[in-house]
Design a protein around this ligand. Structure first.
Ligand code: ATR
Length: 282
């Protein structure tokens, strides 16, 4: 058995490519470690948490539906993750659980790599107001984004998120719209990056997440979904600069790896290669 154990809590979690990505990182860094899938029903989460602590796991990721419960179980939560109400990474310091969210970092790095843009001073539009939008937009607010727009089908959820963002970053200009609002097209034209953060596109037969008539040429779009979506296809056809969620997936994992190992320069390229290979094989 590996000397260090890490894992991923989820339900379901079988589809995850994080083991291939993280284990490639450990190998490249010369660390004898395993990364295990921990598929656990919500009713059994506390039992399995006691188990990973007893087994001496050094840390773990968590995905749906356990993010809120994992945050509640942690002994300490990083402030931005606390404000966003979302954690995806836990460090186990001899039984003291420190929780972080690395999704915002992952998205920021993807935007830097794809568009050569920084978060600080930028204007971002998040399409969606669920867990993914919360975790990332609140991080962006904390990192000095100048303006954040939230567009969501359920306007009250967008307004709730806007309140959180204003609490974290009073100087950030925050606006909310329903997708059908006439102003949305003009607003889209004025932002640096549009982030598709709804769950639309997870399934191959899903409709397009953002109406095609809003896809103006030159628009920079990140779709958090890491498989081909209608938005990515139609966006490219319309002359938008579109990026899928693979970069975000990679960099959120890299940040988790860094939090666990303390390595200043994690083996990003080894992790990227393994991630792409695993996604192709899936
Ligand atoms: P969470 O991530 O918090 O579990 P979710 O229910 O999975 O939330 O939804 C994630 C996002 O996708 C939300 O912004 C949701 O919009 P609502 O807040 O209006 O529910 C959005 N979403 C999911 N399905 C959608 C659809 N068919 N049309 C528009 N938005 C949708």
């Amino acid at each position: 058995m590996a000397t260090q154990r890490y894992g991923l809590f989820g339900w379901p979690v079988k589809h995850s490519v994080s083991p291939q990505m993280q284990e490639a990182g450990f190998r490249a860094a010369g660390i004898d470690a395993s990364y295990e899938l921990i598929e656990v029903h919500p009713d059994e989460l506390s039992e399995r948490l006691a188990w990973v602590k007893a087994e001496g796991f050094r840390g773990w990721n968590t995905t749906v539906p356990h993010k809120p419960a994992m945050m509640a179980a942690a002994d300490q939560v990083e402030p931005t993750a606390q404000a966003a109400g979302s954690v995806n990474t836990v460090i186990n310091r001899d039984g003291f659980l420190e929780a972080h969210s690395t999704d915002g970092y992952g998205l920021a790095m993807s935007i830097r790599e794809s568009f050569d843009l920084e978060i600080s001073g930028g204007a971002f539009l998040f399409w969606g107001a669920g867990g993914a939008a919360r975790a990332t937009s609140v991080y962006f607010a904390g990192r000095g984004a100048a303006a954040i727009t939230i567009v969501n089908r359920t306007l009250s959820k967008a307004e709730d998120l806007a309140r959180v963002i204003r609490g974290v970053a009073p100087a950030c200009r925050v606006r909310v719209y329903s997708p059908a609002a006439a102003a949305v097209k003009e607003v889209l034209g004025g932002v640096d990056v549009v982030v598709q953060a709804t769950s639309i596109g997870l399934h191959a037969d899903d409709p397009i997440a953002i109406p095609a008539d809003l896809l103006i040429p030159g628009l920079r779009i990140v779709d958090m979904i890491y498989r081909p979506t209608r938005l990515l296809r139609r966006g490219a056809e319309a002359g938008c600069r579109v990026v899928d969620g693979k970069g975000m997936l990679l960099h959120q994992g890299v940040r988790s790896f860094q939090l666990w190992t303390g390595l200043a320069e994690p083996p990003v390229e080894a992790m990227r290669t393994a991630l792409h290979r695993a996604l192709e094989e899936n």
